[in-house]
Ligand binder design. Sequence first.
Ligand code: AKG
Ligand code: FE2
Length: 364
Amino acid sequence: MSVAALPPVPHYNAAPPTKADLDYADLATIDLSKMESAQGRARLASQVRDALLTHGFFYAINHGYSQSQGNRMFDIADVPFSCVGDEEKRSYSDIDQETGWYQAYKLRQYWHIDAGVRDQLEYINIDRNVHKQGHPEALRPFLPEIEEFARFNHGNVLFAILRLIALSLELPEDALVKIHNCNGLGEAFVRFIKYHPRSAEDEQKTKNVWLKGHTDSGSITILWSQPVAALQILGKDNKWRWVKHVENALVVNAGDAMDFLTGGYYKGTIHRVVQPPPDQQQHTRLGVFYFTMTDGDVKLVPFYGSPVLQRVGINPRCENNVAPTMLEWRRERANGYGRTELRPSREKGVEEEVINGVVVRHYN
Ligand SMILES: O=C(O)CCC(=O)C(=O)O
Ligand SMILES: [Fe+2]
């Protein structure tokens, strides 16, 4: 698409990066421009393995999407929130009870966070096949670009990362690529989230937590780095650390599906969203994400053929005969989030729910 032909979009004014001195997680950076040679991929695969074993999060840079293309996608991301009225939003916000899928908005205040306080974030999910759902009028001119963006995330970023992960497990390079949408059954979607500042009372009641600690249910999540500090990850030492904004970088993390597929070797890292530091508290926070899953019918059992997994030992999350498919797992997790009663866990500050016999923890 030539730039001249692009429809105009209002500019979203993001907050300037914070000057606060925060305790940042020390995340590795994977340089995707080094993917070309087999030697480069081998080196990156070993970096990805270390990153997934230590933090479960890493940055990806030199992905091929320019800074100005990225900025424009953030402008587009604000359209479904700023340019669509409440009534139209509501008309696109049905949740399908069968699949747990939002069509397409999650409106503000739908979830219970804590102590009677409801969330102040709205989001919209857009399937990579943008024709699968209806869209509010203001967003329609941007659908070709969103579709292209989804294709970029899938083919250029996700597939590169899945190749590196497969190599890190000493599996054929395409072992994971093959089970991500090869037959069109897989779900993967772009998500735009807008977080609104909250009242002092809500902040106090929820101890500044905006989105409780959780793992993502899919395989890989790609977060397009943005300047408002609020995302934190839980370290092995049980301490929360902030994720630092890196201009035009991607923040990549593994979710539950990767944990199932690797028998616990690459665990989904627990992360949460909290109130930003004082110099950013008056701003909204706009996020652009790409969530991915294996094909829906893939049974989430470990790759027993991986020599690496054989060496370290495989700890399946559940018995193979009751292992959920990707679709079953996502459906159960999506239906439960913020809507079900959680039971206290033996661990302090943790609540849990049981899905298909597997305990899912929610961290405060
Ligand atoms: O807003 C963020 O940075 C993270 C959001 C998130 O964790 C999620 O939507 O699963
Ligand atoms: Fe998440």
